[in-house]
Structure formats: structure tokens, C-alpha cells
Design a protein around this ligand. Sequence first.
Ligand SMILES: [Zn+2]
Length: 190
Amino acid sequence: MCGFAVYNVEMVNTDTPFLYTIKKSSRAKSLRITVKRGGEVVVTAPRFFSTERAEGFVAQKMEWIKNKLQYFNTLGPIPAYRLHNNKKDFQRYKKQAFDLACERLTHWNQFYNYKYNKVFIKNSMSRWGSCSKKGNLNFSYKIALLPPELADYVIVHELCHLGQFNHSKAFWELVGRSIPDYQVLRKRLR
Ligand SMILES: [Zn+2]
């Protein structure tokens, strides 16, 4: 059997109180702590480990956890485009994303003059965009939530695949013609 047993524990006896969750999993081989950017602390423990043992581990790693929490605090809130998607958001931003993609494609394509077929907006979490062999350009609805310079990078990237259907040096050169700092933007998107 696999699956989780979940225990919520409140850590109060420190100067930085936080909540953490102990997840017992039949698949876990050892104790592991994850601190997420939103401040969530999760301890994953093998099922046969006692809750006390997991709590002891947290106590041991207190400094490390606090440092992580403080670091994430300095980063500020998570940008909307990093949050998980849902159907509602897709419905809400689909049109906006479509209009943006069409407008920016028209703008950037003045310099490239490629022929593209259709533009689709997808409910995609894993990728920002893609280009099909048929010349269709697909974008995640989340481009509507990106800062303009990042949205432009995504749009130019897919547009340039019409010229180079790969990630070769020639492809990046095409991108660089419109977006000289594409390397910086690419890192920010990850
Ligand atoms: Zn690509």
C-alpha cells in the first residue's frame, strides 16, 4: 500500500514559530525536510518512523529551516505566474493571453516575416509555449500574467522556431536579434 498519513504539528517553542506537516510515506526511505517558498514546511518520513522521531529531526534542523524561511521572506510574494493553475484562471486569462500573443506576434514578425498558421492558448503548467510542425503557435494562458519583457521573450522564442525548428546556435541568434538579453530573461522564467 502506498499513500500518506498526514500530521500537522505546530512549532511554537522557537522565536520563529511555524507550522509544519509530517507526511508518513511507505515509499520514503529516510527523513527529509522541504521548505517551500510560500513558507510551507513538510517533513517526509518513512511510515515506520515514529512522529516523535520526525519531530526530533525538525528540532535538529531548526536553524536550517529558519534560515530558509527568512530567505524566502526576503524574496517577497510569489508572482502570479508561478502559482498553480486552475480551470477558472484559464477561463479568466485565455482571451487576454490570446490578444497579447496576436498583438506581439504581429509586432515582432515585422522583423522576421514568417508565416504562421494558428495561435492557440493552452491550459499549460509545464510549458510557456510551443511551435508545431504545421506552424501553429501555442502559448500558456499564463503569458497574460508575465511582466511584458518575459511575455515578449516567450513569444519571440516560439516565433523564431518557425525559422529554426531546434535550439541551435542559429536559433538563438534569431532570438537575439529582437531580444539581446534573452539569456537573462530565460533564467528569470525558470
Ligand atoms: Zn524552444
